[in-house]
Design a protein around this ligand. Structure first.
Ligand code: FES
Length: 100
């Protein structure tokens, strides 16, 4: 498992960008107490989803206001039509970790 960030770095209802330094850049979210991660890059254009807003379990892209389900990565609002990857996380002892 790989450490992403501290639990305190991702407060309820917020999203943070985490650069793993190996080409992968994730967006890490907290929704109703649970942590989730997706690719940070929107599948519609060159936007960081970590700059977007969480609404009803979805991340709304800051560029064209398309959206994705945070849990599944499925597109939920136009113009987004290509799913984004999701990642499995565990939260333990105040740390958020990526399950390899
Ligand atoms: Fe994200 Fe267009 S770049 S909706």
């Amino acid at each position: 498992m790989e450490r992403l960030c501290a639990s305190a770095d991702v407060p309820e209802g917020e999203v943070r960008q985490v650069d793993l330094g190996d080409g992968r850049v994730l967006a890490v979210y907290r929704v109703e107490g649970e942590v989730y991660a997706t690719d940070d890059l929107c599948s519609h254009g060159d936007a960081s989803l970590a700059d977007g807003e969480i609404k009803d379990g979805k991340i709304v892209c800051p560029y064209h206001m398309g959206s994705f389900c945070i849990r599944t990565g499925e597109p939920t609002g136009a113009p987004c039509s290509i799913p984004i990857r999701t990642y499995r996380l565990v939260e333990r002892d105040g740390e958020i970790m990526l399950v390899a």
